[in-house]
Write a new protein. Structure first.
Length: 229
C-alpha cells in the first residue's frame, strides 16, 4: 500500500468535509489494487472518522453494516456523507466569511486572494458586482485606491484580482527601493560649515601620473608635497 497523501482524521467540521472526502477518494485511487470493493473503501473512510462529533455518525454506520452484513455502496456512502456534512450551511458560512474577510487579516495578498476565491466558489454567488464589492471592501486601501483611480476599473472579480496583484508588486518594489536608498539629513551648506584648519584636503592637490611617480621617488607627501610623514 502506498502511503502517499494519507487522509487526516475528519472531525465533522463542514469547512473541511469536502476536502477530506476528496483526499480519501484520491488515496483509494492511488491504491486501487487494494481497495477493490465498496466495503473496503467505506471501511477505510470510517477509520479516519473516529474523532469529534463525526465519531457517532461512524459508529452508526458500523452498526448498520452489522445488521445488513454489508456497508452498502461506496457511491451511496459518499452521497450520505455529503448530505450530512458538506452541504450543511456551507453556503451561508462562506457568504458570512466573505463579508468579514480582509487582506490584512490574511497576512499577505496571495493568501487573501486564495481564501477569497475559495469562499466565492463555496458561496455559489454568481453576481460579479457583489463579489467585486466584497473584494473591494476587503482590499488594503493603498491597493483599492490605486485601482479605483484607473480610467476604467475591472468588470470581473478576476480582473480585480489581477490588478491588485499588479499594484501590490509595484508597491513592494517602491518600498524596497526606498529602504535601500541612503538617508541624507540635509547637511549645512558650505558657507556656514566650520572648517577644521588642520584637516588636509585630499582634493586640493591633483597630481598627474608623472608627478605621482616623481613624488614617490623623492619621498614627498602627495597632499602637502613635503618630507617627514
Amino acid at each position: 500500500e502506498l502511503k502517499v497523501g494519507t487522509p487526516i482524521h475528519f472531525d465533522g467540521s463542514p469547512n473541511d468535509a469536502s476536502r477530506w472526502l476528496h483526499s480519501v477518494i484520491a488515496y483509494i485511487s492511488i491504491n486501487d489494487r487494494i481497495y477493490t470493493t465498496d466495503d473496503k473503501k467505506i471501511i477505510l473512510a470510517l477509520l479516519f472518522m473516529s474523532k469529534g462529533s463525526v465519531a457517532t455518525w461512524a459508529e452508526a454506520a458500523y452498526e448498520n453494516a452489522a445488521e445488513l452484513e454489508s456497508f452498502g455502496k461506496w457511491k451511496d456512502f459518499q452521497e450520505d456523507f455529503k448530505r450530512t456534512f458538506v452541504t450543511k450551511d456551507i453556503k451561508a458560512t462562506a457568504i458570512a466569511k466573505l463579508s468579514s474577510l480582509t487582506q490584512s487579516g490574511c497576512g499577505s495578498l496571495e493568501k487573501f486572494n486564495a481564501e477569497f476565491r475559495l469562499l466565492a466558489h463555496r458561496s455559489t454567488v454568481n453576481s460579479q458586482g457583489a463579489l467585486i464589492e466584497w473584494y473591494l471592501r476587503a482590499l488594503h486601501p493603498s491597493i483599492s485606491t490605486q485601482i479605483l483611480r484607473m480610467d476604467k476599473t475591472p468588470e470581473t472579480l478576476e480582473g480585480w484580482i489581477a490588478k491588485a496583484e499588479h499594484f501590490n508588486v509595484q508597491n513592494e518594489r517602491i518600498k524596497s527601493l526606498r529602504q535601500g536608498r541612503p538617508f541624507f539629513n540635509n547637511p549645512p551648506s558650505n558657507s556656514s560649515r566650520k572648517r577644521d584648519p588642520y584637516a588636509m584636503d585630499v582634493d586640493a592637490v591633483r597630481l598627474s601620473p608623472t608627478q605621482r611617480a616623481d613624488y614617490m621617488k623623492k619621498g614627498l607627501c602627495f597632499v602637502c608635497g613635503k618630507h617627514g610623514h
